[in-house]
Design a protein around this ligand. Structure first.
Ligand SMILES: NC(=O)c1ccc[n+]([C@@H]2O[C@H](COP(=O)([O-])OP(=O)(O)OC[C@H]3O[C@@H](n4cnc5c(N)ncnc54)[C@H](O)[C@@H]3O)[C@@H](O)[C@H]2O)c1
Length: 397
């Protein structure tokens, strides 16, 4: 499994901000259709408008309140009405639509993608690509059978601290060969969603699939090899223990500890805790020359920015004692501390035929393999042999 690694630094990305943001340019740009105008769909709308390289061709959503909110926000930002499509096939077929962003709940991704794919248009599909490995494999197969691309919405790779971490480790080779990777995420419980789909494993795919595919993608990229064994412990300690909807009790986990072994002998850990007050995530990478710590402190409190930091504990390294990182405030505030903005930049570049480093369907599938195997390990109490697990699931890897 070879990956395309990021050769750019945060300073280079920041320097490109002005040239990348073409507000007021005369040509209209490609038309974007956003399917699902909930929290993430509205973030995509906001970011696309900030970047200004695309037209908003419209949105499609089955929930009137989401449509209303998106239309209100859109009018507030640009003073214009947001085109609304009531039918998904009509929206996909519209001549005004050049590319489609799918940001509906996880369990709907495969079916909606299949309808969109019939239009032959390029797609940005939100993470996780699917709730089951079988659906994820079907999406990989679909992507391989069409000429228009499917980009996956795992944009954490564009967070400032990980851009710099990949550059240090993969381009500057500051640590020597990677030996161990430890990631952790501490955060508050899952937020409210339309229909509360994220409180149920059958809609979200499970907590490690829904949320942590981002982190397994980053760990897989950093390990630069295939996972061979996963074991995990986790469960439900605090969150949504009494939550019920239509007589169904919430069944999602709120904490987990995962160990991953890779075929190149890299070992990794991942810790999830979802009953913290504030957000904190961290990646620690070690090699023979030293240790790198990439971290981010953030908050759901309004107007609280993130504090991203990189420390490279290698003798003589200028960042031995650490330094703060970040993007311009307009980018950081547009969503996910700027990561979504750079995902859109990649989408626009790709629509112009340029090579980009956004997540591929195969990379998204591998993030789900780790997540799904970890959930299986939690359920069975046993380590999971990835080859056997994938074969049992009918995956063609
Ligand atoms: N990349 C990221 O960092 C990130 C962050 C948050 C959410 N997401 C992903 O984005 C997706 C949406 O999450 P969200 O937080 O916006 O959820 P949400 O509940 O806020 O919004 C989902 C929207 O989809 C609409 N919808 C549901 N079924 C539909 C259908 N069949 N056709 C059209 N619209 C439909 C709902 O009415 C709702 O407005 C999920 O896959 C989620 O995992 C990704």
């Amino acid at each position: 499994m070879r990956h395309r690694f990021f050769s750019r630094t945060v300073d280079e990305l920041n320097a490109g901000f002005e040239s990348a943001t073409h507000r007021g340019r005369s040509e209209p740009g490609p038309g974007l259709l956003i399917i699902g105008a909930g929290m993430m769909g509205r973030e995509h709308l906001r970011v696309a408008q900030l970047l200004g390289r695309a037209r908003i061709a419209g949105i499609h959503d089955t929930h009137p309140q989401s449509v209303r909110l998106a239309a209100d926000e859109y009018r507030h930002r640009c003073g214009e009405g947001l085109p609304i499509f009531n039918s998904l096939p009509d929206a996909c077929a519209s001549a005004s639509v050049d590319a489609v962003i799918i940001c509906t709940p996880n369990h709907t991704h495969r079916q909606i993608l299949e309808t969109v794919a019939a239009s032959g248009k390029p797609v940005l599909l939100e993470k996780p690509m699917a709730t089951t490995l079988q659906d994820a494999q079907a999406i990989v197969n679909l992507a391989a059978s069409r000429s228009a691309f499917i980009q996956l919405g795992m944009q954490y790779r564009y967070k400032a601290q990980y851009v710099e971490a990949f550059h240090e480790v993969k381009v500057r080779k500051s640590l020597g060969a990677v030996k161990t990777i430890s990631m952790a995420e501490y955060r508050p419980p899952f937020l409210d969603k339309v229909g509360q789909w994220n409180k149920f494993n059958r809609f979200s795919g499970g907590t490690l699939v829904e949320k942590c595919c981002h982190y397994f993608d980053l760990i897989n990229l950093m390990a630069e090899a295939r996972p061979v064994k996963v074991y995990a412990s986790g469960g439900r300690a605090v969150n949504f223990l009494d939550f019920e909807q239509a007589g169904q009790a919430s069944d999602i986990d709120d904490h987990a500890m995962v160990v991953i072994e890779y075929e190149n002998a890299v070992r990794a850990t991942f810790i999830l805790n979802m009953f913290s007050q504030e957000l904190y995530e961290e990646m620690v990478v070690s090699g023979p020359l030293g240790r790198l710590v990439a971290s981010e402190e953030a908050s759901f409190k309004p107007s609280t920015g993130s504090r991203a930091r990189l420390q490279v504990e290698v003798a003589g390294h200028p960042d031995y004692d650490g330094r703060q990182l970040g993007y311009p405030a307009a980018i950081e505030q547009s969503g996910h501390y700027g990561a979504t903005y750079f995902e859109h930049l990649a989408l626009m570049d790709r629509l112009e035929g340029k090579a980009v480093d956004a997540a591929t369907p195969e990379q998204a599938l591998w993030s789900l393999v780790v997540a799904s195997a970890a959930q299986h390990s939690i359920a069975t109490g046993s380590p999971v042999d990835i080859s056997k697990y994938c074969a049992d699931q009918g995956l063609d890897l």
